[in-house]
Write a protein that binds this ligand. Structure first.
Ligand code: NAP
Length: 409
């Protein structure tokens, strides 16, 4: 059991996103006695470099390799929450989940690797329930804006219409910001695993793949995979790369919130591409581009060419200027069974994958450290199901997000 010398330890402080998170924690919480935090990673030299870069010399640090359970245990015993950015998680993440669920230490991360999420729930949920460890995957751009965006819309729908909407559509209106080597490495790893495993390919198509086993959801879910004209939003839409993760997380939230969005709930995500012919061809190109990437990443020789010459390497990502100039705007439409509709908007003020993700992940870790074990028991939670509405306020105050109702009729 943790003796809670620290509230939060950032594991992977040397990663691209871990460094931004370290800077954010320092700016937001400093190094005072009210909130105690530390950083960790596998390399003393790299951790020292991060401390120098952010003038964080007084922040304690720990050395641990992601595969060394003894070192991970020493960290997990000292803190309420470990927040990890060490990925691809399917390659490096399991020992820390094992240690945290064994000790009852809370944990959150940035994984978007839904196949790994499923493996971890299946393998460690019983341990987490026994020890009281709360595990919260997908605490970055995927899937906080989607998961909390749906919670926000449904809360408003309940106030306005008396009950939640049976269907919600999320459409990305604007998105500016680049990918990092770590994220690309995670996507390549999913393609690689899926190419070898037909069961996994089937699992990746299941919208309820990370729902608890006893869920009763049967609705056929929409899935925008090509260019489609969306009458509700009056524009062409194309596939949204994170939809495969976000939709799964939102359905798990519905299950963990005792079907608060209803048993027949339908949810899908897509990107708005414009109303005219150009919009149609953009949507088509997006669909072809994504399919081509997954095929090329799945085949060994082309994967080698991509990794060697084209894609960013782990540790690389958008510049500080690109992070600052980045932003996103997501629209949600709730369709109530009585025919009424509500439209809401969620925005973020930095590039989604890094500047904004680091601020959301920092708040997720802080929020988790403040939720008592009596209030939420051990298990694998989603952001919406564990943090609830208080998190919307924290994200608005400290992470540059906005949540707004645009239209209700
Ligand atoms: N959900 C989202 O919205 C979102 C957004 C951004 C990123 N991500 C995910 O977050 C993860 C991090 O992304 P990134 O771009 O920051 O990655 P990155 O820069 O490639 O960093 C990877 C980190 O893992 C560490 N690491 C690798 N092997 C290790 C080991 N054996 N022991 C300890 N540490 C080890 C590296 O340590 P060294 O520095 O010592 O090499 C580095 O700190 C990726 O999985 C990515 O997919 C998700």
């Amino acid at each position: 059991m943790s003796d809670s010398q620290y509230d939060v330890v950032v594991f992977g402080a040397t990663s691209f996103v871990g460094q931004i998170l370290t800077g954010y924690m320092l700016d937001t919480y400093g190094n005072n006695n009210d909130f105690k935090w530390a950083i960790a990673g596998r390399s003393e030299e790299k951790l020292q470099a991060v401390k120098t870069k952010y003038q964080a010399e007084n922040i304690p640090h720990f050395i641990a390799d992601a595969a060394n359970e003894e070192q991970l245990t020493k960290i997990a015993q000292k803190t309420k929450v470990v927040v990890s950015t060490v990925g691809p998680y399917a390659l490096y993440g399991e020992p820390l989940i094992k240690v945290c669920t064994k000790l009852g230490t809370d944990y959150c991360d940035l994984t978007g690797e839904i196949q790994w999420y499923k493996r971890m729930v299946t393998k460690y949920e019983q341990d987490a329930k026994k020890t009281g460890a709360r595990i919260v995957h997908c605490s970055g751009f995927d899937s906080i804006p989607s998961d909390l965006g749906v919670l926000f819309l449904q809360t408003k729908a309940k106030q306005l219409f008396g009950s939640t909407c049976q269907q919600v559509k999320m459409r990305v209106a604007k998105l500016k910001g680049g990918a990092s080597g770590g994220t690309i490495a995670s996507m390549v790893n999913i393609a690689k695993e899926a190419a070898k495993d037909p069961e996994l390919r089937k699992e990746l198509k299941n919208p309820y793949s990370v729902c608890p086993e006893n869920h009763n959801f049967k609705s056929r879910q929409d899935n925008v995979s090509g260019a489609v004209f969306d009458e509700d939003f009056n524009c062409w839409v194309g596939p949204f790369v994170m939809g495969i993760v976000n939709t799964r997380v939102v359905h798990r939230s519905n299950a963990l919130l005792d079907n608060a969005y209803q048993e027949q709930f339908k949810y899908d995500e897509a990107m708005m591409m414009g109303q005219d012919k150009k919009g149609k061809s953009r949507a088509r190109n997006m669909s072809w581009g994504l399919s081509a990437f997954m095929v090329l990443a799945a085949i060994k020789p082309t994967r080698w060419v991509l990794e060697r010459f084209i894609l960013l390497k782990p540790g690389q990502g958008p510049t500080e200027e690109e992070q600052l100039k980045g932003h996103y705007d997501m629209r949600f439409m709730g369709i109530h069974e009585n025919g009424q509709k509500i439209v809401t908007k969620v925005t973020g003020d930095r590039d989604p994958g890094y500047g904004s993700t680091a601020k959301m992940l920092g708040q997720a870790a802080v929020c988790l450290s403040k939720i008592s074990k009596q209030e939420k028991e051990g298990g694998f939670w989603t952001p919406a199901s564990i943090y609830g509405e208080r998190f919307i306020q924290a994200l608005t105050e400290h992470s540059g997000l906005t949540f707004e109702v645009l239209d209700k009729k």
